[in-house]
Design a protein around this ligand. Structure first.
Ligand code: AP5
Ligand code: MG
Length: 227
């Protein structure tokens, strides 16, 4: 299964991608996590893009397309993947279409999470992640089972994202509206898009995502059987 998750900053892409990746045993490819890892490791690329990310702006299309191309070519992606945060511009979507065509032309599903701006800000302002394993939490909506201890790895060190500061969040939302929101129309035209109401609990939204994926997979299997 190949799944692309679209949505504004804080819409819940990463949260839903983690759940689906575990259930389907396919990797989550979060381009945000990829670029933050470059920054944390202080690589040449990390040095080049650090300021751009921290200010809430987009990294260049050519860098992002190369990162995704390399990642998708790894063995663990043969049975599918979940893209979280890519594509994010029309040129990235066009490059992704070409990449899929050059691979095997297998269809992919795009799910867009619609969430009002006030809710996005609430979600981002309470977010924190485990420093060791990157598991995501929220001070109100998704607390660890044992306070101060990561559910996944037991670490007690947590971090906040530099680009979750209010001034960067404003830039990220503006950039989303200008550069990423047009992808909704792009994928509507291509017939790949499904929309999910991104408000509600994490579990309610996950139930909608599962239902869509089930429908997509059964349509896909039927088409493959008829071919
Ligand atoms: P990225 O890391 O992708 O950030 P983003 O798109 O701004 O999205 P977020 O990670 O903030 O939100 P999310 O939708 O994953 O929400 P989450 O599940 O965490 O990108 C960061 C930067 O990297 C970019 O600004 C750019 O610089 C660069 N970059 C990355 N990809 C790029 C690309 N393709 N091109 C160019 N540059 C790129 O949820 C948020 C919070 O809400 C969490 O605390 C969660 O617990 C909580 N929550 C989730 N769902 C719910 C719910 N239903 N109810 C209540 N709380 C919820
Ligand atoms: Mg995310």
């Amino acid at each position: 299964m190949r799944l692309v998750l679209l949505g504004a900053p804080g819409a819940g892409k990463g949260t839903q991608a983690d759940i689906m990746a575990e259930e389907f045993n396919i990797p989550k490819l979060s381009t945000g996590e990829m670029v933050r890892a470059e920054v944390a490791a202080d690589t040449a690329l990390g040095k080049e893009i650090k300021e751009t990310i921290n200010k809430g702006k987009l990294v260049s299309d050519s860098i992002m397309v190369d990162l995704v191309k390399n990642r998708i070519s790894k063995n663990d992606c043969v049975n599918g993947f979940i893209l979280d945060g890519f594509p994010r511009t029309i040129p990235q979507a066009e490059a992704f279409d070409s990449l899929i065509k050059s691979l095997d032309n297998q269809s992919f599903m795009v799910i867009n999470f619609a969430v009002p701006t006030e809710e996005l800000v609430k979600r981002i302002s309470g977010r924190y992640t485990c420093k060791a394993c990157n598991a995501g939490y929220h001070k109100e909506f998704k607390k660890p089972i044992v306070a101060g201890v990561c559910d996944k790895c037991g670490s007690s060190e947590f971090v906040f994202r530099e680009d979750d500061k209010p001034e960067a969040v404003k830039v990220r939302i503006d950039v989303y509206n200008e550069k990423t929101a047009p992808l909704i129309e792009y994928y509507k035209k291509n017939g790949f898009l499904s929309e999910v109401n991104g408000t509600g609990t994490i579990e309610q939204i996950n139930a909608s995502v599962r239902a869509l994926v089930k429908g997509f997979n059964s349509g896909f299997n039927k088409a493959a059987g008829e071919a």
